[in-house]
Ligand binder design. Structure first.
Ligand SMILES: [Zn+2]
Length: 962
């Protein structure tokens, strides 16, 4: 559905052209070239994906804060960076080719594959740049960095070598979350990105026959595919275990061993307890393996196979209290395996398939691990080893990139010893100002307390290569920290060029002892690369050493709340490891945009309006203000609906635009020029002083909120100021602009409205940068100000203001609302004047406003609000005269007279009361309608109409006075 572009959206496009033409962004930087720096890190997005509403949120936050700080007088550089490495890119290329796994890439050729990855990284760059421009996000595309730049990679190497030299890197054979399709281990925070609910899995009770006793250990597992890799049974040594006899399906009696607290897993009362033992009594018992694997004799520690061990991770909360242990396929399992020197039986290959030639039944071989579950259960059932098999639903992790179910898999991996940094990480976190604040010791702090070692190597292709070279005999490991160092060590330095695979793999280096070393195959986890961004984007320490304090740490960063386990985390870990400092001082975590009904935004369900349409219909100003004024900028979700956008557009931008147009209409007529623009005017008028006080109050509130990184708290006061300006100040001041003479009061009104509009433009500028720049440009054009754009102006400073005037005006408005409610209850129209209202205490200067708004002759002070509802003949006529005025005003409009045109008027009616009214109230009618003469009955008026007032005909004839 194509929508007509709203005039505000069209205006925004004009402003964008002006910014381009005048290089306004560059100018805003040049203006601050000598100013202190406010450091901002822009989290690098992947340019091979399309932007969505989440990016509008990021733009709103990042652009608002950086524009604000610029106006405050700081130099805020805004370099754009792109994440160009890693699984997301590789996976997109694999999909294009229909590759099924890693081997397909090797067969295709790493060189060709990586070239295609590289060619694809900027697939949507133009779309991103266009959107950034359209959203008014000022970013410096002239100094774009990418994580695949040689300089960037060199800095990543420096980071790695530096923390390696601090003893924080180690290689380990460990069980990690592992994607069998991508054939690489993942970090624990990548694991956290892919949990799915309600996944069906088997819950299997298997019987392990003891060697020296006529009894079975009743083991429990939810991963039957791991049973061929079973190497041990674990029990809890402090728990009580029972031997029970039951009758099995073949009507034979058999004895099972399980935890006393887990008898419920038998699902039957039909058992007899034979004896009770302590877990400790079971330790060391031997059982028969479920499968007879070949070649076990090659394991030197084979005697430790198929025994019962005690382990603290055995739960008696679920299962049977008897745990199947497969050291290759579980974190706890591997730990126990290593502690007790139990062989690690790897029965699944790197691509997640059951290995061949292990001695397993032939129909297992080559089966994907998850698909092997049912075959294995079936096989064990036939052998009589299954006690019960059911399915249950639980939360299970999937690969965040390719949606393949993950497994724990024991492989060699390079890790950062994050667990040893926990105290420092926690201490440095205390130096960070978090928005919302509960993230600090909640979501992020808790995550840090339990920080695990970070697996940073990926068995992949398109990424910064690990700079680790190892001699063939494994005796020497060299970590390279710079290109120069690599050239010095390389057997053929001329090969040192493109640092990517496969070229880097061809570089052989010489160790100090003269041995030759080859690079390990792995590349970096792309999160290690993005966590190295403060150094990578500046090619630190190879460049920018002198000004490092200007570039590190960041004064401000912002991303969505999930980055507490992503970018926020990796930045923090690496900065702490390198410098024992936090990488950022202030951080805003944003929440998520959800559909109007609270559901996730879904392309498939089409439960949200497309961005193009929204931008055409509402404009960027509206969309940005909606986000800025919502809880999403404080880590919570926001429901997105076009109804809400409509309201923002009307209440904020139409109101501002109408206020400006009101000013312009009269200022043009009177050729108004401000005497001292950008200096707060002085006035003796109560309304002027009130709106100026409100203005200063708002400056104070917005500044305070922005200084504490609360974008939502900053926008709310602006919204309420705009409402006061339009619905109170301008509405109540209208007549002051109509006066024909150049009175001081009129001048005060102009000066005040002009100044107020200028400051409102400045206050709104960081959040919604377009309409305010349009208005600013129009306003300054009639002054001596040479600041072309509001974005080149200095943030306004709040002056001392009179809180009493704000309180009193608010009190007066409350009385007025109560008076209006009384009028409504008496069913008397506001146009009908009344004699008096009694209100509780309020200073005398407010009486006139109350009297006018309530259309009463007198205001009295009394203990409570009382409206005198008696209508005298004179009041009746005056009320009628007001109706007459209203109809004459509308006749003027119909006749297309200008608001300041003077007219001649003739009113005729047959009704007695109307005649009396016209006669008695002539002065009022003439004054209100700018009529200065009487039309003769015979002349031809410019416009003539007959209207009905209270059922009576009135003929109105008007002509313009030349
Ligand atoms: Zn995967």
């Amino acid at each position: 559905m194509a929508t007509e572009k709203h005039f505000l959206a069209k205006m925004e496009n004009d402003i964008l052209d002006i910014w381009d033409k005048e290089s306004t962004f560059q100018q805003s930087l040049n203006n601050r070239s000598k100013a202190p720096e406010f450091t901002f890190y822009d989290g690098p997005p992947f340019a091979n994906g399309l932007p969505h509403y989440g990016h509008v949120v990021q733009t709103t936050i990042k652009d608002s804060v950086t524009r604000y700080k610029t106006m405050q007088g700081y130099l805020v550089k805004r370099r754009v960076g792109w994440d160009t490495h890693g699984l997301p890119i590789e996976y997109a290329i694999e999909k294009e080719h229909g590759f099924k796994g890693k081997q397909d890439i090797v067969d295709y050729g790493i060189e060709k594959f990586n070239q295609e990855c590289q060619d694809s990284v900027f697939k949507f760059k133009d779309i991103w740049e266009d959107l950034f421009r359209r959203l008014g996000r000022w970013s410096d595309f002239s100094q774009t960095y990418t994580t695949m730049d040689k300089n960037y990679i060199e800095s990543v190497w420096w980071v790695f070598k530096t923390i390696h030299d601090k003893g924080l890197i180690y290689n380990d054979f460990r069980s990690s979350p592992y994607c069998p399709r991508c054939a690489t281990p993942l970090s624990n925070f990548e694991l956290n990105q892919g949990y799915q609910d309600d996944v069906s899995d088997p819950s299997l009770y298997v019987k392990f026959k003891l060697v020296d006793q006529d009894a079975f250990l009743l083991g429990w597992t939810t991963t039957p595919w791991s049973l061929p890799g079973n190497a041990a049974i674990a029990i809890n040594k402090d728990a009580v275990y029972l031997y029970v006899t039951i009758t099995n399906d073949n009507q034979q009696k058999e004895t099972l061993i399980l935890a006393k607290d887990r008898l419920s897993c038998l699902n039957s009362d039909n058992y007899q307890i034979v004896k009770e033992v302590k877990g400790i009594d079971l330790i060391g018992l031997q059982y028969q393996p479920l499968f007879n694997l070949k070649d076990l004799s090659s394991y030197p520690n084979k005697d430790n196979l198929y025994k019962v061990w005690s382990a603290d991770f055995v739960s008696i909360e679920d299962g049977s209290g008897v745990l199947h242990v497969a050291p290759a396929f579980g974190e706890d399992d591997l730990r126990l395996g290593k502690e007790q020197d139990i062989p690690i039986l790897i029965t699944i290959d790197e691509s997640g398939k059951v290995k061949n030639n292990l001695g397993l039944p032939e129909d297992f071989e080559g089966k994907f691990f998850k698909s092997a579950d049912s075959i294995i259960i079936e096989h064990l059932a036939k052998e009589g080893y299954v006690f019960s098999a059911e399915t249950f639903k639980h939360t299970y992790p999937f690969c965040w990139r390719c949606d393949t179910p993950l497994m724990y898999y024991a492989t060699n991996s390079w890790l950062v010893r994050v667990s040893s940094l926990v105290d420092k990480l926690t201490a440095n976190n205390q130096l960070v100002n978090w928005t919302p604040p509960h993230i600090k010791n909640g979501r992020f702090g808790k995550w840090l307390e339990n920080a695990r070692d970070w697996s940073i190597s990926r068995n992949r292709f398109w990424g910064a290569p690990l700079p680790i070279w190892i001699t063939e005999d494994g005796s020497e490991t060299i970590v390279i920290g710079s290109i120069e160092e690599l050239k010095q060590r390389a057997v053929d330095p001329l090969l040192v060029n493109d640092l990517h695979r496969p070229y880097i793999d061809n570089i052989i280096i010489k160790t100090d002892s003269g041995k030759l070393a080859k690079r390990v195959n792995e590349v970096f986890d792309c999160w290690f690369e993005s966590g190295s961004m403060p150094y990578g984007q500046n090619h630190y320490p190879f460049e920018n050493q002198e000004n490092f304090t200007d570039i590190f740490p960041a004064d401000f960063i912002a991303e969505a709340i999930d980055q507490t386990r992503g970018w926020f985390y990796t930045l923090h870990v690496l900065a702490t490891a390198l410098f024992d400092k936090p990488a950022y001082r202030n951080v805003i975590c944003s929440g998520w945009v959800v559909a109007a009904d609270g559901q996730k935004l879904s392309k498939r369900k089409k439960n949200y309006a497309p961005m193009d349409e929204v931008l055409d219909q509402f404009g960027v100003d509206t969309l940005r203000f909606f986000m800025a004024n919502s809880p999403i900028v404080n880590g919570e979700d926001v429901r997105f609906s076009t109804d809400l956008l409509k309201e923002v557009q009307r209440k904020i931008f139409m109101t501002l635009n109408n206020s400006f147009n009101f000013f312009k209409l009269y200022a043009d007529i009177d050729h108004f020029k401000p005497s001292k623009p950008l200096v707060e005017p002085t006035s003796s008028n109560l309304l002027d002083n009130w709106i100026l006080a409100r203005l200063n109050q708002t400056i104070e509130e917005v500044t305070k909120a922005m200084d504490s990184y609360r974008v939502d708290k900053a926008t709310k006061p602006i919204a309420s100021l705009l409402d006061d300006l339009s619905n109170w100040y301008i509405r109540r001041s209208r007549r002051r602009f109509w006066k024909s003479d150049d009175s001081d009061d009129k001048k005060d009104a102009y000066e005040t409205l002009y100044y107020t509009l200028l400051i409102i433009c400045q206050l709104l500028a960081p959040f919604s940068p377009f309409l305010v720049d349009y208005i600013w440009r129009e306003l300054v054009a009639r002054s001596s100000i040479d600041i072309l754009s509001v974005h080149l102006s200095d943030w306004p400073k709040s002056k001392e203001y009179d809180q009493n005037i704000i309180n009193n005006m608010s009190q007066a408005r409350t009385y007025i609302n109560q008076g209006l409610a009384l009028r409504a209850s008496y069913k008397i129209k506001v146009r009908q004047p009344l004699d008096k209202i009694t209100v509780p205490s309020i200073p005398k200067v407010y009486h006139e406003i109350i009297a006018e708004e309530l259309n009463v002759k007198h205001v009295q002070i009394g203990p409570e609000i009382i409206l005198d509802s008696h209508i005298s003949d004179d009041l009746k006529q005056e009320g009628l005269a007001r109706e007459v005025v209203r109809h004459i005003q509308s006749a003027r409009k119909q006749a297309q007279f200008n608001v300041d045109d003077r007219i001649s008027l003739l009113l005729s009616s047959a009704d007695e009361l109307m005649k009396l009214t016209i006669e008695n109230k002539a002065e009022l009618i003439n004054h209100e309608t700018l009529s200065i003469g009487t039309l003769s009955k015979d002349s031809q008026p410019d416009y003539r109409t007959t209207v009905k007032i209270d059922g009576v005909d009135l003929e109105i004839a008007i002509s313009k006075n030349q």
